[in-house]
Ligand binder design. Structure first.
Ligand code: CP
Ligand code: NVA
Length: 309
């Protein structure tokens, strides 16, 4: 049993195995309907418990489909309806109960500590569905999408991130170290990645490039990523933050300095960090990106159950 909490804690070889498995499973099920299981039903009879303390459209639906395609079943519980949510049952007791009834626990939360506390008390794997510090399922799936479209390993591509240094970027930084690709970040001066993230990159003998000029960050990019400026777990003055990013919008002027075959990706939901003409334009692959989460998350689940081929 393996947890899937932070990409930085997972060996590159395991991440690559997940991507390879996702590719082969995706290819094999072209003729099957959405909820039909893969022929081998590798998780038949298992129960996955999903819990969301924050809103979610894509993660919730894509995991529901992924779990069904593996032959397993899922139940989604609302944090506010559990005893835990009301504060009168401990994480330790809740974790014991989840481990008694279920085979895996999938959690979106506003607390990294909560994931940590659960992981210490569960005897079943836990998967991080987004926390303040990371969004590992999203980003591993995004690597899959990039390689699927570009037909090249991501290590041969220039990847650019324009926007806030948030959970999604933290996971992208982690995977840039694991898979050794070039990562340029375009963000305002006071919004650089935190020191502990940069120190981790340094300790792993990698470098990421930070630009306060978005056009410089995007120059010759193969892929441009963005994400909304104000994240689910952000506190503080939303209008001020959005205003601080007003010059960091992904628009057609910015896409012009990227490579001619470049693509645009965004995990959604979106705000005004990207113009409609880019988001809905020829370079955008955001819907393919969203769909691929089903395929990669299946292989993440198999990794957690020690069932990767
Ligand atoms: N990209 C993503 O995780 O979307 P949701 O918040 O809708 O799950
Ligand atoms: N950075 C965003 C991602 C949403 C899927 C957030 O945390 O709200």
């Amino acid at each position: 049993m393996k947890n899937f909490i932070n990409l930085k804690d997972i060996p590159a070889a395991d991440l690559r195995k997940i991507l390879n498995d996702a590719k082969s499973r995706k290819n094999k099920r072209k003729k099957l309907n959405t909820l039909e299981a893969d022929k081998d039903e590798p998780l038949r009879g298992k129960l996955l418990i999903q819990m969301y303390e924050k809103q979610s459209s894509r993660t919730r639906l894509s995991f529901h489909i992924a779990i069904n395609q593996l032959g397993a079943g899922s139940i989604t519980v609302k944090a506010s309806e559990l005893h835990l949510g009301k504060g009168d049952e401990s994480i330790a007791d809740t974790a014991k109960i989840l481990s008694t009834y279920g085979d895996g626990f999938l959690l979106r939360t506003d607390s990294d500590k909560k994931i940590d506390d659960f992981s210490k008390n569960l005897t079943i794997p836990i998967i991080n569905l987004l926390s303040p510090s990371s969004h590992p399922c999203q980003v591993l799936s995004d690597v899959f999408t990039v390689e699927e479209i570009k037909k090249k390993p991501i290590s041969k591509l220039n990847i650019c991130w324009i926007g806030d240094c948030n959970n999604v970027l933290n996971s992208l930084i982690a995977v840039s170290v694991k898979f050794k690709f070039n990562l340029n970040i375009g963000c305002p001066k006071n919004y650089s990645p935190p020191k502990h993230v940069m120190d981790w990159v340094k300790r792993n003998k990698r470098k990421i490039n930070i630009f306060n000029n978005p056009l410089k960050a995007a120059l010759n990019a193969d892929v441009v990523f963005s994400d909304k400026v104000f994240s689910l777990n952000d506190r503080g003055n939303k209008n001020k933050k959005i205003n601080d990013f007003k010059n960091y919008k992904v628009n057609s002027k910015l896409m012009k300095v990227t490579k001619s075959q470049s693509i645009f990706l965004h995990c959604l939901p979106r705000g005004n960090e990207v113009s409609d003409d880019v988001f809905l334009g020829k370079k955008s692959r955001v819907w393919q990106q969203a769909l691929n989460r089903v395929h990669v998350q299946k292989s993440i689940l198999l990794y957690s159950f020690g069932k990767l081929r």
